[in-house]
Design a protein around this ligand. Structure first.
Ligand code: XIL
Length: 363
């Protein structure tokens, strides 16, 4: 005869029941429209990598969401030159290593971000002095670039699938190279060749990208990016993809324009990814249901990518609305609430809309 459950076991069963009931309530948060399938599974079914940028100080709760919901990760800051190299002759890989170990343990794809970026926290503090004190700054910069690319790409060879080798080579507005870009100032366009060739030598299997910002609504800048890619390819330089960052804080995405841009990149034989997607809620403040409008904007981006075979992934620039770079970068519109999870790590309507889109348009 079976033994009756002890009092403790009965309390356990009741508690389990309460937890399950609470979970099923939260599953119905969005009017009962949550799909049975989560984001990671929907991404796999659709054949699209869906990633998140993970910061160095991510909490265990954020990491749990990341491992459950995303199939790709990018280091938000830990792999930038400024984060890795405290001096010109030393590296500190501990934060980057931790993230790589995390992604490998979860079977997630890794995007490496970024080898050479002259803005915000992209460069190490010592670089300007190092170049000023050199009798041949161009030669010194080339030497430092070669060491940096060889060391970083070499360290994660076989683990990091895609590298943003070059970040934001062009001016924020217009189609020229950024005149403030120290690499361009000293080495001209050849700085891209040096970087891409060295990265390729360090890991021939890695896919090498140029990652650019604010092209989605600037046809002149987009054309300039395409022309740059064409020149590199014509010179036989290893370039495998272009990243469009997708910081849609000036205007909400336009699906048709975005799809055309993705198609033009694919027509060069290059992969394309949306690498830093965020869509702030204040963009929709004049609409009756801003969260629904944001959800539709996310669906538009995913639809555009799913329509293009060579669009291989979309990375969201953060996990939850309590931790977004936009709240400092665009402090005057904070809280920007641009991500898929809210401040308490609950899935937003944008999450449901992305899952639904992935399930509707598998490739
Ligand atoms: C941002 C990070 O999110 C911030 O935490 C950091 O303070 C500055 O850089 N374009 C890029 C990213 O390519 O690396 C930037 O990330 C956001 C803009």
């Amino acid at each position: 005869m079976k033994r009756l459950p002890s009092k403790i076991a009965r309390i356990g069963i009741v508690l389990l029941f309460l937890v399950l009931a609470a979970c099923s309530d939260s599953n119905n948060d969005n009017g009962g429209q949550r799909e049975a399938v989560g984001l990671a599974q929907a991404a796999r079914q659709a054949g699209l990598a869906v990633g998140a940028a993970v910061n160095t100080d991510a909490s265990s709760e954020q990491l749990a969401v990341t491992s459950r919901e995303f199939t790709s990760v990018t280091a938000e800051n830990a792999m930038k030159w400024g984060s890795l190299a405290p001096t010109s002759s030393s590296f500190n890989f501990s934060d980057a290593d931790r993230l790589v170990d995390f992604a490998v343990a979860n079977g997630q794809r890794l995007r490496g971000h970024t080898l050479f970026w002259h803005r915000l926290n992209g460069l190490p503090d010592w670089l300007a002095d190092e170049l000023n004190n050199s009798s041949d700054p161009a030669a010194r910069l080339r030497e430092l670039m070669v060491t940096h690319a060889a060391t970083l790409v070499g360290r994660y060879a076989g683990q990091v699938t895609q590298w943003d080798v070059i970040n934001e080579p062009l001016a924020a507005v217009g189609g020229d190279f950024d005149p403030e870009n120290i690499f361009f100032q000293l080495l001209g366009e050849e700085y891209l060749d040096i970087a891409l060739l060295q990265a390729h030598a360090a890991d021939p299997s890695a896919e090498l990208f140029i990652n650019e910002t604010f092209v989605e609504f600037q046809p002149v800048k987009f054309d300039s990016l395409i022309a740059l890619a064409q020149r590199l390819l014509a010179r036989g330089i290893p370039l495998h993809g272009l990243g469009l960052q997708g910081h849609f804080f000036v205007r909400a995405p336009d699906e048709a324009i975005l799809r055309d841009q993705l198609l033009r990149i694919a027509a060069l034989g290059l992969k394309v990814e949306i690498t830093e997607l965020d869509i702030p809620l204040p963009l929709f403040s004049s609409t009756p249901d801003p969260l629904a409008a944001q959800a539709q904007a996310y669906a538009d981006v995913f639809n555009a990518c799913l329509a293009v075979t060579l669009c291989s992934g979309i990375t969201i620039w953060g996990i939850d609305d309590a931790h977004t770079w936009l709240d400092s970068f665009l402090a005057f519109t904070a809280p920007n609430r641009p991500l898929l999870f809210d401040e308490t790590l609950q899935a937003k309507p944008a999450y449901d809309s992305v899952v639904k889109t992935l399930l509707t348009l598998p490739r």
